[in-house]
Ligand binder design. Structure first.
Ligand SMILES: Nc1ncnc2c1ncn2[C@@H]1O[C@H](COP(=O)(O)OP(=O)(O)OP(=O)(O)O)[C@@H](O)[C@H]1O
Length: 750
């Protein structure tokens, strides 16, 4: 089946895709929902929280990852050394010649390549139709085995029935709002929306904000770049405006969990901007940044905490004054990832610490609606808001595929360099399967004088954030990344996403390519497709928003051959850079060990007097969980919903409810001080009474809705109100009231 067009690399005129400056592209877009000019940035908003100071440069955790001498410095050093050696050999004239060749290469070769485009097509030995057919043949083995992602598309009647029982009836959802003004949002939020240039809500915001405002649980799905962050932050902030005020009422009422630190930082920035005219206090609690300043921020009981799961669990266990007892709203951004095995232990630890009467909202562009997955979250009749068809790409995305024949697998790097030298020259994020590959490619790019940074888990948090910032600011043209950067990141300048290798899962592919064509703009993705990736290719094409936006790109063979030679010539240099880098790391590691030892001697007393930090898993269990998480991502054949039944063992509080855990702790404390149970219970009861009340719901929303359609929904809405305000007593659940007896908790939902 000829289902994709073929184009020659750099011959875009022939295709319907036109590369235009980002701004023009944005103007061309007719999506009225989004503001293409909006940029995430920190400059225009006065940030109240000191946490941001810590974001870019502070980590009190002694990093074991070296970062003193950057690989760029090593490359520069090597370049200088090579030049000096050549000069010494009296080859100045030769060098000058090769230098001029090098600098003129891109110009001359580009001319050359332009002439070669046709020839290269010929050299591929394929006519346009044949080339398409080659790709199309992937679809001929369509039936031999279903992709793991597709299996989940097939739904049995039993599963449909379970979903019907699990989710709230869809006809209870609220009417569509054409503007934020009709959503009854208060002035501080309206003002923030105007400042941000958010004139109209996006479809997911239209669907989610009214439902979230009435306190209902939500499972939300919308394509990448469609404004999901604001869809949960806006109602959260609106509800916070109706919280009990005063010093004694200060409490952490909202928690947003995100899978990566970078996404945490970004979400924090968005929340700060939306909260700019409210009195909500927001704290960022992600790994890799200063524990101490996070502890200090948490002591002030911020209204909203944005966290990565591991760091949050650390604080739950080790920051004495911090708890989630008063939590009213829990959000899981990139929820399908958060529900996956990699976060299972941390997530269940966090859920245990949250009140069951909370509102829970789950969002992702690849959201699952599998009941088996969702039951972990103890949702209460969630409303299912899937505004886009399951797993589609953004409408403005043009997807290109470059075939890599089996015998040309060794030429992938030259193919990438060829593409990035001529066609995709800036605003390019390149995804790799491994950190090592991303790092090596960064070295190659740098040695070829292509401005580039890398982003993956082998870097320190400072290096990660700095790389991201340099890329955001346009100071480098290429970002070599692993899947760490595939979810959620919203970077305005990304024009092209290149998949150096095809991801193992369709969801992963959608998130990667979703870094471009965001907020109604256009963008392009390019994927190198090996012979083994045919089925995945078929799967991703199937999930495309539009079949017209799919292309087969052919790269001129001469261009690839030239870059292959160039890279081969650099081989020795590259291995020397890697060797020097390794030595630098070892030296730095040794220096750090020395410093650590000296510190231990100098401050022994103080260090040993500090209480040891605790973790809910032993080191062995932690490593096991990390290994299984890694396995999950690397295993090509594992399904999206695979759940490892063999959960690691936990500590002495394993399996206990939050209340039972607290009681056990209290009993132990009573025993330790020889207290009687009754006195302890009285103290605990008094503490419970002093806890702040739940946040309310916007008053204006309590008015019956005007439209006929919504009137029937008012019953549902009332339930939401009742739950939070009117019938507080009936739904107190975990909140003890004055005079209550301390007894066994009644049966709650979940
Ligand atoms: N109502 C709106 N009007 C204009 N722009 C908007 C609006 N809502 C969000 N945006 C912009 O859309 C962009 C994408 O938003 P966001 O990052 O929340 O998308 P997302 O759906 O969470 O994407 P992903 O699935 O990749 O995480 C952001 O730059 C944001 O500023």
């Amino acid at each position: 089946m000829d289902y994709i067009l073929t184009i020659d690399s750099d011959d875009d005129e022939g295709s319907t895709v036109q590369h235009k400056p980002a701004k023009t592209q944005a103007m061309d877009q007719d999506d009225p929902h989004l503001n293409p000019e909006f940029v995430f940035g920190l400059s225009d908003v006065q940030l109240a929280d000191s946490a941001l100071d810590e974001i870019y440069n502070v980590s009190d955790k002694t990093s074991t990852k070296p970062g003193a001498v950057s690989v760029d410095q090593i490359i520069e050093r090597r370049k200088r050394q090579t030049a000096a050696t050549k000069r010494k050999r009296g080859t100045e004239s030769g060098l000058a010649q090769s230098d001029s060749e090098e600098s003129g290469w891109s110009q001359s070769s580009s001319d050359e390549d332009d002439e070669d485009i046709e020839a290269s097509g010929d050299e591929e030995g394929d006519s346009s139709g044949e080339r398409s057919e080659d790709f199309g043949s992937a679809s001929s083995d369509e039936d031999d085995e279903g992709q793991s992602d597709e299996v989940s598309d097939l739904e049995t009647q039993a599963e449909k029935d379970r979903k019907r029982a699990f989710f709230e009836d869809s006809d209870t959802t609220t009417p569509a709002h054409a503007s934020f003004l009709t959503m009854n949002l208060s002035r501080p939020l309206q003002k923030a929306l105007t400042t941000l240039g958010f004139n109209k809500p996006t479809p997911i915001q239209v669907a989610a904000i009214p439902v979230a405002l009435i306190g209902k649980d939500i499972v939300g799905n919308a394509v990448t770049g469609s404004g999901k962050t604001a869809a949960f932050v806006i109602p959260m902030l609106e509800r916070l405006l109706y919280r009990e005020k005063g010093k004694s009422a200060a409490a952490t009422r909202c928690l947003i969990l995100v899978p990566t630190r970078e996404l945490g930082v970004q979400c924090y920035e968005v929340a700060q901007k939306l909260a700019a005219y409210t009195d909500a206090r927001i704290a960022l609690v992600v790994g890799g940044l200063s524990l101490k300043s996070q502890e200090a921020a948490l002591r002030t009981r911020p209204d909203v905490v944005i966290a990565t799961p591991g760091r949050l669990v650390d604080h739950i266990h080790n920051s004495p004054s911090f708890n989630l007892d008063a939590l009213d709203i829990l959000v899981l951004d990139e929820a399908d990832r958060m529900l996956s095995e990699g976060f299972a232990d941390e997530l269940s630890e966090i859920i245990k610490a949250c009140p069951k009467s909370r509102q829970t909202m789950l969002f992702s562009a690849t959201m699952t609606d599998s009941v088996d997955e969702l039951v972990k979250m103890s949702l209460n009749k969630p409303v299912r808001l899937f505004v886009d068809p399951r797993r589609t790409t953004a409408r403005g995305l043009v997807q290109e595929f470059v075939r890599v024949r089996a015998e040309k697998e060794t030429e992938r790097s030259s193919l990438l360099v060829a593409l990035c030298q001529r066609t995709f020259t800036s605003g390019v994020i390149v995804f790799f399967r491994s950190k090592k590959l991303a790092h090596q490619m960064r070295i190659i790019f740098r040695m070829l004088d292509m401005k580039c940074e890398e982003l993956h888990g082998d870097l320190t948090q400072e290096q990660r954030l700095q790389a991201l910032q340099l890329f955001r600011d346009g100071q480098v043209n290429f970002l070599m990344a692993t899947d760490l950067a595939s979810r959620g990141l919203d970077i305005k300048g990304i024009e092209t996403v290149i998949n150096y290798d095809m991801p193992n899962q369709a969801a992963q592919y959608l998130h990667r390519v979703g870094r471009t064509a965001r907020a109604g703009k256009t963008g392009r993705s390019l994927t190198l497709v090996g012979e083994a990736d045919r089925k995945m290719l078929k799967s991703v094409i199937k999930h495309s928003a539009s079949g017209e936006n799919i292309r087969h790109r052919v790269v001129p063979a001469e261009s690839v051959a030239k870059w292959s030679k160039r890279i081969a010539d650099l081989k020795d240099e590259i291995s020397m850079v890697l060797q020097e880098e390794k030595e630098e790391k070892q030296i730095r590691q040794a220096e750090m060990e020395l410093k650590k030892g000296k510190n231990m001697i100098d401050h022994e007393k103080e260090i040993f007097s500090r209480p040891a930090r605790t973790w809910f898993q032993s080191e062995k269990e932690k490593n096991k969980a990390a290994a299984s998480s890694k396995q999950e991502h690397e295993n090509a054949n594992k399904t999206d919903s695979g759940v490892d039944a063999a959960a690691p063992k936990r500590g002495k509080f394993a399996g206990l409810s939050r209340r039972a855990k607290r009681r056990k702790l209290a009993a132990e404390a009573d025993q330790a001080i020889g207290d009687t149970g009754a006195v302890g219970a009285a103290i605990r009861s008094a503490k419970k009474n002093a806890r702040p009340r739940k946040i309310g719901l916007p008053e204006q929303n309590s008015k019956p809705r005007k439209t006929a359609g919504s009137r029937s929904k008012s019953a549902g809405a009332k339930t939401g109100f009742d739950r939070d305000l009117g019938q507080r007593g009936q739904h107190e659940g975990i909140r003890a009231k004055k005079g209550d007896k301390i007894g066994r908790p009644g049966k709650r939902r979940g």
